[in-house]
Design a protein around this ligand. Structure first.
Ligand code: CP
Length: 310
């Protein structure tokens, strides 16, 4: 296992199974401590900088909340137009500046590879909060934490990723992480939005049983987890292409009649119309518990990379 203090969190590919389990176990420890006290002091005197070049509700606010729960403070910006990037400053100079003010950086950027570049420039740890269609490793860790919380395990489950598998960074990271476990993976999407071939090939090479289909109804009865994603309108180069796949899947009470009683539905959120609100009160819906998982998991990542917990 790699040393944690000072470590960057850029891609789930950089994490061994042992690393993943270490983060999940640390998050569980911190969640228990949070039940006893609403805030802790591990990060007292430390500063988190959140640099969001793309919109976010959950990732930014949960990182900020996590840092406050650890006793630390937060600075940052929520859109590039309020920073000196607007005046033409490079990402490199922005990072070299921000690291003078903080102890850890969380960055979301529309360009694939931007977080990796930031990590190469910065001396302090950098955490990727999503880079284009590429990776969203902290979302993946909270997804795994949620699955473990619900089922007590990840191995042995039949897990479907549904929706925009082409542009969705959450499903790219999650499928790669799941390849470290003994799961069966169902990749359900319109033809236009299939999982990139290199990821599917890699999953198969790692021995994951992968089934690709566009027909949710045919397989829903077999699933333990249905991970639904939004069609990522903002990533389509051509709006006409988006219109061809818009509304491809809507999870509603009707289709759930074909599901196992124990099926759990997840979604990284935000949703648009792919899960009908009538599903929210059912025992299948765990997407708001999933939102909560962001707190202990991001607390664990901050505390470990800052080196204030072991
Ligand atoms: N799941 C997620 O990344 O949500 P936000 O875009 O709101 O951060």
């Amino acid at each position: 296992m790699q040393r944690w203090k000072g470590r960057d969190v850029i891609s789930i590919r950089d994490f061994s199974k042992e690393d993943i389990e270490y983060v999940l176990n640390t998050a569980e420890r911190l969640e228990k401590k949070l039940k006893e006290r609403s805030s802790l002091e591990y990060a007292k005197g430390k500063i988190l900088a959140t640099l969001f070049f793309e919109p976010s509700t959950r990732t930014r606010l949960s990182f900020e909340s996590a840092m406050h729960r650890l006793g630390g403070s937060v600075i940052g910006f929520v859109e590039a137009s309020t920073s000196s990037v607007k005046k033409g400053e490079s990402l490199r100079d922005t990072i070299k500046t921000v690291e003078q003010y903080s102890d850890v950086i969380v960055i979301r950027h529309p360009k694939e590879g931007a977080a990796r570049l930031a990590a190469e420039v910065a001396e302090i740890p950098v955490i990727n909060a999503g880079d284009g269609s590429n990776q969203h490793p902290t979302q993946t860790l909270l997804d795994l934490y949620t699955i473990k919380h619900e089922f007590g395990k990840i191995d042995g489950l039949k897990i479907a990723l549904l929706g925009d598998l082409k542009y969705g960074r959450t499903v790219h990271s999650l499928s790669e992480a799941l390849s470290q476990y003994d799961v069966e993976l169902y990749l359900i999407s319109p033809d236009l939005l299939r999982m990139p071939r290199h990821i599917v090939e890699e999953l198969k090479e790692k021995g994951v049983k992968v089934y690709e289909t566009s027909d949710l109804e045919r397989v829903i009865g077999e699933l333990d987890v249905l991970y639904v994603t939004r069609i990522q309108k903002e990533r389509f180069p051509d709006e006409q292409e988006y219109l061809k796949v818009k509304g491809s899947y809507v999870i509603d009470l009707e289709i759930l009649k074909k599901a196992k009683e124990t099926l759990k539905i997840m979604h990284p959120l935000p949703r648009v119309d792919e899960i009908h609100p009538s599903v929210d009160p059912t025992k299948h819906a765990i997407y708001f518990r999933q939102v909560f998982s962001g707190i202990p998991v991001r607390m664990a990542l901050l505390a470990l990379t800052l080196g204030v917990i072991e």
